[in-house]
Design a protein around this ligand. Sequence first.
Ligand code: ZN
Length: 377
Amino acid sequence: MSDIAAYVDGLGLVDHHCHGVVSADLDLAGFEGLATESSWPSPFGGSNFDTPFGVAVRALCAPLLDLPKHSSGAAYVARRSELGPEEVNRRLLGATGIDTYIIETGVGGSELLGAAEIGAATGAAHREVHRLEVIAERLLEQVGGGDEFVTRLTDRLDESAAVAVGFKSVVAYRHGLDFDPARPGLADVRRAADAVVARRTDGARVRLTDETIIRHLLWEAVDRRRPLQFHVGYGDSDIDLYRCDPSRMTEFIRRTVGTGTAITLLHCYPFQREAAFLAQVYPHVYLDTGAAVNYTGFGSAQVVRESLELAPFNKVLFSTDAYGLPELYLCGSLLWRRAVTRIFSAWVDADEMGAGDAVRYLDLIASGNAQNVYADV
Ligand SMILES: [Zn+2]
Protein backbone atom coordinates (compact mmCIF):
# COMPACT_ATOMS: atom_id res chain seq x y z
CA MET A 1 0.00 0.00 0.00
CA SER A 2 2.63 2.50 1.08
CA ASP A 3 4.80 2.24 -2.07
CA ILE A 4 1.87 2.81 -4.41
CA ALA A 5 0.49 5.56 -2.15
CA ALA A 6 3.78 7.45 -2.20
CA TYR A 7 4.05 7.03 -5.94
CA VAL A 8 0.50 8.28 -6.54
CA ASP A 9 1.07 11.25 -4.21
CA GLY A 10 3.96 12.36 -6.38
CA LEU A 11 2.26 11.90 -9.75
CA GLY A 12 2.07 15.03 -11.90
CA LEU A 13 -1.33 15.29 -13.57
CA VAL A 14 -2.66 16.50 -16.90
CA ASP A 15 -6.19 17.74 -16.22
CA HIS A 16 -7.61 17.19 -19.70
CA HIS A 17 -10.96 18.88 -19.06
CA CYS A 18 -11.52 21.76 -16.67
CA HIS A 19 -12.73 25.36 -16.57
CA GLY A 20 -11.68 28.67 -15.04
CA VAL A 21 -11.84 29.55 -11.33
CA VAL A 22 -13.60 32.56 -9.84
CA SER A 23 -11.44 35.53 -9.06
CA ALA A 24 -13.91 37.20 -6.67
CA ASP A 25 -14.50 36.67 -2.95
CA LEU A 26 -17.52 34.39 -2.30
CA ASP A 27 -20.05 34.58 0.48
CA LEU A 28 -21.81 31.46 1.81
CA ALA A 29 -24.58 31.53 -0.82
CA GLY A 30 -22.08 32.24 -3.60
CA PHE A 31 -19.89 29.32 -2.54
CA GLU A 32 -22.80 26.92 -2.13
CA GLY A 33 -24.18 27.89 -5.54
CA LEU A 34 -20.93 26.76 -7.17
CA ALA A 35 -20.66 23.59 -5.05
CA THR A 36 -23.45 21.74 -6.87
CA GLU A 37 -24.81 21.13 -10.37
CA SER A 38 -28.26 22.19 -9.15
CA SER A 39 -29.57 25.61 -10.10
CA TRP A 40 -31.69 26.06 -6.99
CA PRO A 41 -31.23 26.14 -3.22
CA SER A 42 -33.68 23.86 -1.44
CA PRO A 43 -36.84 25.67 -0.34
CA PHE A 44 -36.76 23.46 2.76
CA GLY A 45 -33.30 24.48 3.94
CA GLY A 46 -30.08 22.49 4.08
CA SER A 47 -26.55 23.25 3.00
CA ASN A 48 -24.32 22.11 0.16
CA PHE A 49 -21.63 21.56 2.79
CA ASP A 50 -23.75 18.54 3.85
CA THR A 51 -23.23 16.70 0.54
CA PRO A 52 -20.51 14.24 -0.50
CA PHE A 53 -18.59 17.15 -2.08
CA GLY A 54 -19.18 19.46 0.90
CA VAL A 55 -17.87 16.80 3.29
CA ALA A 56 -14.79 16.37 1.06
CA VAL A 57 -14.14 20.13 1.07
CA ARG A 58 -14.32 20.25 4.87
CA ALA A 59 -12.02 17.22 5.18
CA LEU A 60 -9.46 17.95 2.45
CA CYS A 61 -9.44 21.73 1.89
CA ALA A 62 -10.01 23.05 5.43
CA PRO A 63 -6.49 22.09 6.65
CA LEU A 64 -4.94 23.94 3.70
CA LEU A 65 -6.68 27.09 4.94
CA ASP A 66 -5.31 26.46 8.49
CA LEU A 67 -8.66 25.16 9.78
CA PRO A 68 -9.28 21.85 11.59
CA LYS A 69 -10.56 19.02 9.39
CA HIS A 70 -14.36 18.83 9.25
CA SER A 71 -14.86 22.52 10.14
CA SER A 72 -18.34 23.88 9.54
CA GLY A 73 -19.29 25.36 6.18
CA ALA A 74 -19.75 28.80 7.74
CA ALA A 75 -16.29 28.69 9.34
CA TYR A 76 -14.80 27.52 6.05
CA VAL A 77 -16.30 30.34 3.99
CA ALA A 78 -15.37 32.93 6.65
CA ARG A 79 -11.74 31.77 6.58
CA ARG A 80 -11.80 31.84 2.78
CA SER A 81 -12.84 35.50 2.85
CA GLU A 82 -10.21 36.33 5.45
CA LEU A 83 -7.47 34.94 3.22
CA GLY A 84 -8.88 36.44 0.02
CA PRO A 85 -9.47 34.70 -3.32
CA GLU A 86 -5.92 35.10 -4.61
CA GLU A 87 -4.39 33.36 -1.60
CA VAL A 88 -7.09 30.67 -1.54
CA ASN A 89 -6.52 29.95 -5.23
CA ARG A 90 -2.76 29.87 -4.69
CA ARG A 91 -2.96 27.43 -1.77
CA LEU A 92 -5.57 25.07 -3.22
CA LEU A 93 -4.40 25.01 -6.85
CA GLY A 94 -0.81 24.73 -5.63
CA ALA A 95 -1.65 21.50 -3.76
CA THR A 96 -3.30 19.68 -6.67
CA GLY A 97 -0.14 18.40 -8.37
CA ILE A 98 -1.67 19.33 -11.74
CA ASP A 99 1.17 20.15 -14.15
CA THR A 100 -1.01 20.94 -17.17
CA TYR A 101 -4.49 22.44 -17.33
CA ILE A 102 -6.49 21.86 -20.52
CA ILE A 103 -9.20 24.44 -20.05
CA GLU A 104 -12.51 24.43 -21.88
CA THR A 105 -13.35 28.07 -22.43
CA GLY A 106 -16.96 27.75 -23.59
CA VAL A 107 -18.68 28.52 -20.30
CA GLY A 108 -18.41 31.48 -17.92
CA GLY A 109 -17.10 34.97 -18.58
CA SER A 110 -14.73 37.55 -17.20
CA GLU A 111 -15.55 36.55 -13.59
CA LEU A 112 -13.41 33.46 -14.16
CA LEU A 113 -9.64 33.28 -14.33
CA GLY A 114 -8.82 31.90 -17.76
CA ALA A 115 -6.13 29.50 -18.92
CA ALA A 116 -3.29 32.03 -18.96
CA GLU A 117 -4.20 33.43 -15.53
CA ILE A 118 -4.39 29.98 -13.95
CA GLY A 119 -1.08 29.19 -15.59
CA ALA A 120 0.41 32.36 -14.09
CA ALA A 121 -1.04 31.64 -10.62
CA THR A 122 0.23 28.06 -10.51
CA GLY A 123 3.27 27.97 -12.76
CA ALA A 124 1.61 25.08 -14.61
CA ALA A 125 1.31 24.65 -18.37
CA HIS A 126 -2.05 25.49 -19.91
CA ARG A 127 -3.88 24.73 -23.13
CA GLU A 128 -7.37 25.48 -24.44
CA VAL A 129 -10.26 23.45 -25.77
CA HIS A 130 -12.98 25.30 -27.69
CA ARG A 131 -16.68 24.54 -27.47
CA LEU A 132 -18.23 23.93 -30.89
CA GLU A 133 -21.71 25.18 -30.03
CA VAL A 134 -20.32 28.49 -28.72
CA ILE A 135 -18.33 29.05 -31.91
CA ALA A 136 -21.50 28.51 -33.94
CA GLU A 137 -23.66 30.65 -31.65
CA ARG A 138 -21.39 33.70 -31.87
CA LEU A 139 -21.39 33.34 -35.65
CA LEU A 140 -25.16 32.86 -35.88
CA GLU A 141 -25.55 36.19 -34.06
CA GLN A 142 -23.58 37.96 -36.80
CA VAL A 143 -24.34 36.36 -40.16
CA GLY A 144 -27.00 37.38 -42.67
CA GLY A 145 -28.06 33.82 -43.47
CA GLY A 146 -27.17 30.16 -43.90
CA ASP A 147 -24.81 30.65 -46.84
CA GLU A 148 -22.63 33.05 -44.94
CA PHE A 149 -22.80 30.84 -41.85
CA VAL A 150 -21.47 27.76 -43.62
CA THR A 151 -18.64 29.68 -45.31
CA ARG A 152 -17.51 31.62 -42.26
CA LEU A 153 -17.81 28.62 -39.96
CA THR A 154 -15.06 26.90 -41.92
CA ASP A 155 -12.70 29.81 -41.23
CA ARG A 156 -13.70 30.04 -37.58
CA LEU A 157 -13.09 26.34 -36.98
CA ASP A 158 -9.72 26.56 -38.74
CA GLU A 159 -8.76 29.49 -36.51
CA SER A 160 -9.79 27.52 -33.44
CA ALA A 161 -7.95 24.41 -34.54
CA ALA A 162 -4.80 26.53 -34.85
CA VAL A 163 -4.84 27.54 -31.17
CA ALA A 164 -6.91 24.92 -29.33
CA VAL A 165 -5.73 21.37 -28.66
CA GLY A 166 -9.26 20.01 -29.01
CA PHE A 167 -12.97 20.68 -29.44
CA LYS A 168 -15.83 20.03 -27.03
CA SER A 169 -19.51 19.38 -27.75
CA VAL A 170 -22.49 19.75 -25.47
CA VAL A 171 -24.85 17.93 -27.84
CA ALA A 172 -25.86 15.93 -24.74
CA TYR A 173 -27.36 19.14 -23.33
CA ARG A 174 -28.77 20.58 -26.51
CA HIS A 175 -30.31 17.45 -28.04
CA GLY A 176 -29.15 14.19 -26.44
CA LEU A 177 -26.53 11.66 -27.44
CA ASP A 178 -29.15 9.89 -29.58
CA PHE A 179 -28.45 12.31 -32.43
CA ASP A 180 -28.57 11.15 -36.06
CA PRO A 181 -25.03 9.88 -36.75
CA ALA A 182 -25.07 10.85 -40.45
CA ARG A 183 -23.23 13.88 -41.74
CA PRO A 184 -25.90 16.39 -42.85
CA GLY A 185 -25.92 17.80 -46.36
CA LEU A 186 -24.81 21.42 -46.70
CA ALA A 187 -28.18 22.46 -48.13
CA ASP A 188 -29.84 21.21 -44.93
CA VAL A 189 -27.30 23.04 -42.77
CA ARG A 190 -27.88 26.29 -44.68
CA ARG A 191 -31.63 25.91 -44.31
CA ALA A 192 -31.34 25.24 -40.59
CA ALA A 193 -29.05 28.25 -40.12
CA ASP A 194 -31.47 30.42 -42.13
CA ALA A 195 -34.20 29.41 -39.69
CA VAL A 196 -32.06 30.34 -36.65
CA VAL A 197 -31.18 33.70 -38.20
CA ALA A 198 -34.86 34.38 -38.99
CA ARG A 199 -35.85 33.65 -35.37
CA ARG A 200 -33.07 35.55 -33.59
CA THR A 201 -33.71 38.88 -31.88
CA ASP A 202 -31.23 41.74 -32.17
CA GLY A 203 -28.80 41.86 -29.30
CA ALA A 204 -30.01 38.58 -27.78
CA ARG A 205 -27.74 35.60 -27.41
CA VAL A 206 -28.46 32.63 -29.71
CA ARG A 207 -28.75 29.29 -27.93
CA LEU A 208 -28.11 26.54 -30.45
CA THR A 209 -30.38 23.52 -30.19
CA ASP A 210 -30.73 22.69 -33.89
CA GLU A 211 -29.63 19.09 -34.33
CA THR A 212 -28.65 19.51 -38.00
CA ILE A 213 -26.27 22.37 -37.26
CA ILE A 214 -24.78 20.55 -34.27
CA ARG A 215 -24.17 17.42 -36.37
CA HIS A 216 -22.47 19.60 -38.97
CA LEU A 217 -20.22 20.98 -36.22
CA LEU A 218 -19.33 17.49 -35.03
CA TRP A 219 -18.34 16.29 -38.49
CA GLU A 220 -16.42 19.48 -39.25
CA ALA A 221 -14.52 18.94 -36.00
CA VAL A 222 -13.80 15.32 -36.95
CA ASP A 223 -12.32 16.61 -40.25
CA ARG A 224 -9.86 18.75 -38.30
CA ARG A 225 -8.49 15.76 -36.39
CA ARG A 226 -8.47 17.41 -33.02
CA PRO A 227 -9.65 15.31 -30.06
CA LEU A 228 -13.39 15.77 -29.68
CA GLN A 229 -14.71 15.92 -26.10
CA PHE A 230 -18.33 14.98 -25.42
CA HIS A 231 -20.26 15.80 -22.29
CA VAL A 232 -21.63 12.42 -21.11
CA GLY A 233 -23.96 11.60 -18.23
CA TYR A 234 -24.28 13.70 -15.09
CA GLY A 235 -24.66 17.46 -15.50
CA ASP A 236 -26.94 20.32 -14.51
CA SER A 237 -30.72 20.69 -14.81
CA ASP A 238 -30.54 21.27 -18.60
CA ILE A 239 -29.93 17.59 -19.33
CA ASP A 240 -32.23 14.61 -19.58
CA LEU A 241 -29.92 12.07 -18.00
CA TYR A 242 -31.29 9.05 -19.84
CA ARG A 243 -30.36 10.65 -23.19
CA CYS A 244 -26.77 11.18 -22.02
CA ASP A 245 -25.85 7.48 -22.04
CA PRO A 246 -22.86 7.26 -24.42
CA SER A 247 -24.05 3.96 -25.90
CA ARG A 248 -26.73 6.09 -27.62
CA MET A 249 -24.00 7.53 -29.86
CA THR A 250 -22.52 4.16 -30.76
CA GLU A 251 -23.24 4.55 -34.48
CA PHE A 252 -21.47 7.94 -34.62
CA ILE A 253 -18.51 6.34 -32.84
CA ARG A 254 -18.56 3.45 -35.31
CA ARG A 255 -18.57 5.84 -38.28
CA THR A 256 -15.61 7.82 -36.95
CA VAL A 257 -13.26 4.85 -36.48
CA GLY A 258 -10.31 5.44 -38.79
CA THR A 259 -10.80 9.21 -39.13
CA GLY A 260 -7.77 9.93 -36.97
CA THR A 261 -9.91 11.87 -34.49
CA ALA A 262 -10.03 10.76 -30.86
CA ILE A 263 -13.34 10.87 -29.01
CA THR A 264 -13.11 11.56 -25.29
CA LEU A 265 -16.16 10.83 -23.13
CA LEU A 266 -16.26 13.24 -20.20
CA HIS A 267 -17.60 12.64 -16.65
CA CYS A 268 -19.71 9.64 -17.71
CA TYR A 269 -21.48 9.09 -14.36
CA PRO A 270 -23.52 6.91 -13.96
CA PHE A 271 -22.59 5.48 -17.38
CA GLN A 272 -18.89 4.86 -16.64
CA ARG A 273 -19.37 1.17 -17.46
CA GLU A 274 -20.98 1.94 -20.83
CA ALA A 275 -18.16 4.42 -21.55
CA ALA A 276 -15.54 1.84 -20.55
CA PHE A 277 -17.14 -0.65 -22.93
CA LEU A 278 -16.92 1.87 -25.79
CA ALA A 279 -13.29 2.61 -24.89
CA GLN A 280 -12.47 -1.08 -25.02
CA VAL A 281 -14.19 -1.81 -28.32
CA TYR A 282 -13.48 1.33 -30.34
CA PRO A 283 -9.84 2.27 -30.88
CA HIS A 284 -10.33 6.04 -30.79
CA VAL A 285 -12.53 6.29 -27.66
CA TYR A 286 -11.29 7.46 -24.25
CA LEU A 287 -13.11 8.17 -20.99
CA ASP A 288 -12.73 9.98 -17.70
CA THR A 289 -14.74 10.29 -14.49
CA GLY A 290 -14.09 13.98 -13.74
CA ALA A 291 -17.01 15.80 -12.08
CA ALA A 292 -18.27 12.42 -10.83
CA VAL A 293 -15.23 12.08 -8.59
CA ASN A 294 -15.89 15.48 -7.02
CA TYR A 295 -19.60 15.08 -6.54
CA THR A 296 -19.45 11.53 -5.18
CA GLY A 297 -16.85 12.66 -2.61
CA PHE A 298 -15.35 9.81 -0.60
CA GLY A 299 -17.63 7.37 -2.42
CA SER A 300 -15.76 8.13 -5.66
CA ALA A 301 -13.38 5.16 -5.39
CA GLN A 302 -16.28 2.97 -6.52
CA VAL A 303 -16.88 5.14 -9.61
CA VAL A 304 -13.19 5.11 -10.54
CA ARG A 305 -13.07 1.35 -9.94
CA GLU A 306 -15.98 0.78 -12.32
CA SER A 307 -14.30 2.92 -14.98
CA LEU A 308 -11.26 0.63 -14.68
CA GLU A 309 -13.12 -2.70 -14.80
CA LEU A 310 -13.12 -3.02 -18.56
CA ALA A 311 -11.34 -0.11 -20.21
CA PRO A 312 -7.77 -0.70 -21.32
CA PHE A 313 -5.39 1.31 -19.14
CA ASN A 314 -4.25 3.30 -22.16
CA LYS A 315 -7.80 4.61 -22.73
CA VAL A 316 -8.52 6.28 -19.38
CA LEU A 317 -7.86 9.98 -18.76
CA PHE A 318 -7.71 12.17 -15.67
CA SER A 319 -9.83 15.30 -15.30
CA THR A 320 -11.43 17.35 -12.55
CA ASP A 321 -14.05 19.19 -14.66
CA ALA A 322 -13.53 21.91 -12.05
CA TYR A 323 -15.59 25.04 -12.64
CA GLY A 324 -15.46 28.16 -10.50
CA LEU A 325 -14.16 26.77 -7.19
CA PRO A 326 -10.48 25.92 -6.68
CA GLU A 327 -11.88 23.35 -4.20
CA LEU A 328 -13.11 21.35 -7.21
CA TYR A 329 -9.53 21.18 -8.53
CA LEU A 330 -8.15 20.17 -5.15
CA CYS A 331 -10.81 17.59 -4.26
CA GLY A 332 -10.87 16.30 -7.85
CA SER A 333 -7.18 15.49 -7.73
CA LEU A 334 -6.93 14.29 -4.10
CA LEU A 335 -10.03 12.08 -4.32
CA TRP A 336 -8.73 10.59 -7.58
CA ARG A 337 -5.35 9.89 -5.94
CA ARG A 338 -7.07 8.16 -2.99
CA ALA A 339 -9.18 6.07 -5.37
CA VAL A 340 -6.36 4.83 -7.62
CA THR A 341 -4.13 4.22 -4.59
CA ARG A 342 -6.73 1.85 -3.14
CA ILE A 343 -7.48 0.14 -6.43
CA PHE A 344 -3.91 -0.42 -7.63
CA SER A 345 -2.57 -1.24 -4.15
CA ALA A 346 -5.16 -4.00 -3.80
CA TRP A 347 -4.12 -5.50 -7.15
CA VAL A 348 -0.41 -5.29 -6.34
CA ASP A 349 -0.81 -6.56 -2.75
CA ALA A 350 -2.75 -9.57 -4.00
CA ASP A 351 -0.01 -10.16 -6.58
CA GLU A 352 -2.60 -9.87 -9.33
CA MET A 353 -0.64 -7.04 -10.95
CA GLY A 354 3.09 -6.41 -10.94
CA ALA A 355 4.24 -3.22 -9.20
CA GLY A 356 6.04 -2.19 -12.41
CA ASP A 357 2.85 -2.53 -14.39
CA ALA A 358 0.88 -0.57 -11.79
CA VAL A 359 3.34 2.31 -12.02
CA ARG A 360 3.20 2.23 -15.81
CA TYR A 361 -0.61 2.29 -15.89
CA LEU A 362 -0.78 5.06 -13.29
CA ASP A 363 1.62 7.16 -15.38
CA LEU A 364 -0.59 6.64 -18.42
CA ILE A 365 -3.82 7.62 -16.67
CA ALA A 366 -2.26 10.60 -14.86
CA SER A 367 -0.64 12.15 -17.91
CA GLY A 368 0.66 9.77 -20.59
CA ASN A 369 -2.66 9.03 -22.26
CA ALA A 370 -3.53 12.74 -22.47
CA GLN A 371 -0.11 13.45 -23.93
CA ASN A 372 -0.74 10.78 -26.57
CA VAL A 373 -4.20 12.05 -27.45
CA TYR A 374 -3.61 15.82 -27.45
CA ALA A 375 -0.84 17.22 -29.58
CA ASP A 376 1.57 19.59 -27.85
CA VAL A 377 0.61 18.66 -24.25
ZN1 ZN B 1 -16.81 20.69 -18.16
